[in-house]
Design a protein. Sequence first.
Lengths: 114, 113
Amino acid sequence: DQQVKQNSPSLSVQEGRISILNCDYTNSMFDYFLWYKKYPAEGPTFLISISSIKDKNEDGRFTVFLNKSAKHLSLHIVPSQPGDSAVYFCAARRRIQGAQKLVFGQGTRLTINP
Amino acid sequence: NAGVMQNPRHLVRRRGQEARLRCSPMKGHSHVYWYRQLPEEGLKFMVYLQKENIIDESGMPKERFSAEFPKEGPSILRIQQVVRGDSAAYFCASSFSIQETQYFGPGTRLLVL
């Protein structure tokens, strides 16, 4: 039961252009959504998050959009830079009885071409 | 401010041996989470602990796996009698509170021969 899905395993974008990474979820009980970036042989690094009561959050070059009716969120990176090349994971948080748990998508490998 | 520390970074075990993975949370964090990542997959939640308590172990296999977070010292993920299917990257994360963001360590890559 894949509650969080990233349907694009990979994405290639030209340097300076916009990168758009997408994520879909099925569980309405998620209260927070997060994006993590991961380089090979390292742990995921937190990028940006959004509460389920918001529809947009912006931090520098990174903006996350949430469409609750469509159960869809996206991460926009503009302008894209070579250092942005990494695997990006979408994660959804669920809180149950005093515990929090993150459910991750499968990841999208972003490659920024010079 | 040091981040989440995990050791060892790489661990090789033969089938049937025990694997012990350690995680030291960020300073001031008392909530620890363990995740497993199989090749070409996302991270899967295993267990959530606070000091001396297991809060949620719904993602832990029922046998051979155990976790602890003692009053003093790091959190330990223990895998007894390892099998080849246990080969994966194991990530630990910590948070300041239940509402706060989880920050991840660099992971331990376990290879079972």
